[in-house]
Design a protein around this ligand. Structure first.
Ligand code: GUN
Ligand code: FE
Length: 421
C-alpha cells in the first residue's frame, strides 16, 4: 500500500521534520519500503493501492511506556496522595480484576481506547494474578496492539486479601513468561516488581536475575512521593537511598523502566545513568496525586526520559494529553523555581512519545519513525481539525496537534500496515 500525505517525522536531534506531499509505501507484512517524494522511486510497486490522504497529517504511532490496566475505572476518582490512594482506591479495584471476564473486558476497553488515542505500543501493569494477567494478554492479542504486560509482583506489606507469597509470585511469573513472552512478537512479558514498599528484596532480586538471564524488560516505580520515600528509608535503614535499594536488588540496567523518579539526588541520577536505566515521566499522574514536579529539563540530558500515561493516577490514556502535561509541567517547574529556563518544546514532546520511547524500548530499529524496514505503525489526523495557518514551522504544527487534540481521538491508527481504527 502507498499513502500520499503530509508527514511529521522524528529526526536524530530530538525534534521533528515536516514533509508535505510525500509517499509512504509498505508491503503486505506492514514493513515500510519507501518514504520520500518521488513516486517513480517506489520499488516493488505491484498494482499497489494508492491512498490519497493529503488532507491529513501523519505521525508515527505513539508509544505509552507506563500504564495500569486494572486502574482504568479509577480515572478522576479519589482524593489524597499516593499511599492513601493506593489503599483506598486502587488495591480494591485491582482485587476486582481477579474476575477473569471482567479483566478481559476491561483490558479490551483499555487497548481499544489507547488505539483510538493513537497508541500502537503500550507497556502495562496488570494486577498480581495469573488468570487476570493472562486475560490482559488475550485482550491485547485480540485488539492487535503491541504490548508489554506484567503481573504486579507484590509479596509483603499488604492487606490480608492481597497478600501472596514470594513463591506464588515467582511461580505465576514463570508460567506467564512461558506462555506469552516472545522477543520478536507483538506481545512481550515484562517483569514488574511494583515498588520497594510491596515487593521484598528477595523477589526483586529474583526479577533482576530473570531479567538479565532472559533479556526481559523490568519495570517499577521510583521516588514518586515524599511519604513513599520516608517509608522506603525506614524499611531499608542501612541503604543510603531509594535508587540504591533497587541497585542492590540488581534491577538497574539498560532494560529497566523506572516510573516517576521525581525525588532523586545527584548520586541517584548518576547511578541510573551509569547503569543505563531509564526514567518514565508521568506528568498527569504527578499532578493528579500531588506527587511533585519532575525537573525534566535538567535531567533529560543526563538520563533517557520517556513518557507514559500512568492511568489511573494519570487522567487519560491519551499520549497527546500526556505530551501537553509534560510541556505545561516543565513551565510550572520554571514558575515554582523562579527561573527562566527553557520548557519542553512541542516537537520534542512528540519526539519523546515516538522515537524517544522506541529507543528506551530498544525498538528504534522497528518502530518510532518512517525508516525503511520499520513497521508501518502510524496515525492520521485530519488537517481540518487543527486550524492551521500558512507557513507554520514543524514545531508550530506539533504544537497545534498537542493543544487542539489533547484528549481527543486521532482520525485513524495503523499497526503493521493494517488500519485498526
Ligand atoms: N506506586 C506503586 N504502585 C503504584 C501505582 O499503581 N500507581 C502509581 N502512580 N504509583 C505507584
Ligand atoms: Fe504507575
Amino acid at each position: 500500500m502507498i499513502i500520499y500525505s503530509n508527514f511529521l517525522k522524528p529526526n536524530n536531534s530530538r525534534s521533528i521534520d515536516y514533509f508535505e506531499n510525500y509517499y509512504l509505501s509498505f508491503d503486505n507484512n506492514g514493513i515500510i519500503n519507501y518514504f520520500g517524494n518521488k513516486f517513480n522511486e517506489i520499488q516493488n510497486f505491484e498494482n499497489d493501492k494508492l491512498l490519497d490522504l493529503t488532507n491529513h497529517i501523519i505521525l508515527p504511532a505513539l508509544i505509552d511506556l507506563h500504564t495500569h490496566i486494572p486502574q482504568y475505572p479509577a480515572i478522576g476518582i479519589g482524593k489524597g496522595t499516593l499511599l492513601d490512594w493506593l489503599e483506598q482506591q486502587i488495591f480494591p479495584l485491582e482485587k476486582k480484576f481477579d474476575d477473569i471476564e471482567y479483566a478481559y473486558n476491561l483490558s479490551l476497553k483499555v487497548f481499544e481506547e489507547s488505539i483510538k488515542f493513537g497508541t500502537a505500543t503500550i507497556v502495562a501493569y496488570s494486577n498480581l494474578g495469573y488468570e487476570s494477567t493472562n486475560s490482559s494478554f488475550e485482550a491485547a492479542k485480540d485488539m492487535n496492539i503491541k504490548a508489554y504486560i506484567g503481573n504486579a509482583l507484590m509479596d509483603f506489606n499488604l492487606a490480608k486479601n492481597l497478600n501472596k507469597t514470594t513463591d506464588y509470585n515467582i511461580e505465576i511469573s514463570n508460567k506467564l513468561i512461558k506462555k506469552w513472552h516472545s522477543e520478536s512478537g507483538k506481545l512481550k512479558y515484562i517483569l514488574t516488581p511494583r515498588y520497594a514498599l510491596v515487593c521484598s528484596m528477595k523477589l526483586m532480586k529474583w526479577a533482576a536475575k530473570i531479567s538479565k538471564e532472559n533479556n526481559i524488560k523490568i519495570q517499577t516505580h521510583l521516588a514518586e512521593n515524599k511519604d513513599e520515600l520516608k517509608e522506603v528509608n525506614k524499611l531499608y535503614k542501612n541503604i543510603s537511598n531509594y535508587t540504591e535499594v533497587y541497585n542492590q536488588a540488581g534491577i538497574l540496567h539498560d532494560n529497566t523502566l523506572l516510573a516517576h523518579g521525581i525525588y532523586l539526588n545527584d548520586d541517584e541520577v548518576k547511578i541510573i545513568q551509569s547503569k543505563g536505566a531509564n526514567i518514565v515521566h508521568c506528568p498527569s499522574s504527578n499532578r493528579y496525586l500531588q506527587s511533585g514536579i519532575l525537573p525534566l529539563i535538567n535531567m533529560k540530558n543526563i538520563v533517557p526520559i520517556g513518557l507514559g500515561t500512568d492511568v489511573g493516577g494519570g487522567v487519560s490514556l491519551s499520549m497527546i494529553n500526556e505530551m501537553k502535561e509534560a510541556i505545561e509541567t516543565s513551565k510550572t517547574f520554571n514558575i515554582t523555581e523562579n527561573i527562566s529556563n527553557n520548557y519542553l518544546s512541542a516537537e520534542e514532546a512528540i519526539w519523546i512519545a515516538t522515537k524517544g520511547n522506541s529507543k528506551i524500548l530498544k525498538l528504534d530499529n522497528e518502530i518510532g519513525d518512517f525508516g525503511t524496514g520499520k513497521s508501518a505503525d502510524f496515525i492520521c489526523i485530519n488537517k481540518s481539525r487543527l486550524n492551521l495557518n500558512d507557513n507554520l514551522s514543524s514545531n508550530d504544527i506539533a504544537s497545534k496537534i498537542i493543544y487542539q487534540l489533547s484528549n481527543q481521538y486521532v482520525d485513524s491508527t495503523y499497526i503493521n500496515g493494517k488500519k485498526v481504527y
